[in-house]
Design a protein around this ligand. Structure first.
Ligand code: AMP
Length: 206
């Protein structure tokens, strides 16, 4: 089973991909997380591109993704969050693999800003929070699990958010036309649990 989540930054695709991955017991793979964990010589270049809110090359992302999905844990399938991001990546993906479902989470640009303003991350365990929406940390700005002080993601600056919104409309949205017969549209401006319920219902998962 291969499932792809498409949605603008802050649409909740990471959150929903994780919930669905747990439910289906297959890995959820975020290309953003894969890129953030790059080490060695490539790291500086990757970090710079990401902090500007721009896209890394399709070849690099595809190479890292192929490596990740060749792991044993992907043998029954996987969920992709953040890939493909443009038509070139969609073509590369389709040349090798076939998605069973493509889920589009729809939210407005205004809502993107509101959510990304509140997005926080635990630098220790990587758990995500949102001080504007949810999940809010139980104690102000501290991780519920390890008490570490929460931080903003390095690319959640105003300029980078604007850039990523622009790239989504110009480069990612054309993918929606390519997959129009397969796309399942979900209203992303609901509570996390209601979005998840809609996804399970549309995918006929109990
Ligand atoms: P995300 O964690 O999905 O919000 O992605 C954060 C950043 O990682 C993006 O703004 C891009 O710089 C980079 N990135 C993530 N996925 C891709 C991809 N499929 N292709 C190119 N760059 C990506």
């Amino acid at each position: 089973m291969i499932i792809i989540f498409i949605g603008i930054q802050g649409s909740g695709k990471g959150t929903q991909a994780k919930l669905l991955a747990d439910k289906l017991k297959i890995p959820g793979i975020s290309t953003g997380d894969v890129l953030r964990s790059v080490e060695g010589k490539l790291k500086e270049k990757v970090d710079n591109v990401m902090n500007r809110g721009e896209l890394l090359s399709a070849d690099l992302v595809m190479e890292l993704l192929k490596e990740r999905i060749s792991n044993k844990d992907c043998k029954n399938g996987f969920i992709l969050d953040g890939f493909p991001r443009d038509l070139e990546q969609a073509e590369k993906f389709d040349a090798n693999l076939d998605a069973d479902f493509i889920i589009e989470l729809e939210i407005s640009d205004k809502e993107v800003f509101r959510r990304l303003e509140g997005r926080r991350l635990c630098p220790k365990c990587g758990r995500g929070y949102n001080v504007v929406t949810s999940p809010k940390p139980k104690k102000d700005n501290l991780c519920d699990i390890d008490g570490a002080e929460l931080v903003r993601r390095a690319d959640d600056t105003e300029d980078s958010i604007k850039k990523r919104i622009e790239i989504y409309h110009e480069e990612t949205e054309p993918i929606l036309k390519r997959y129009k017969d397969k796309i399942i549209k979900i209203n992303g401006e609901q509570k996390i649990e209601n979005i998840f319920e809609d996804i399970l219902e549309k995918l006929r998962i109990k």
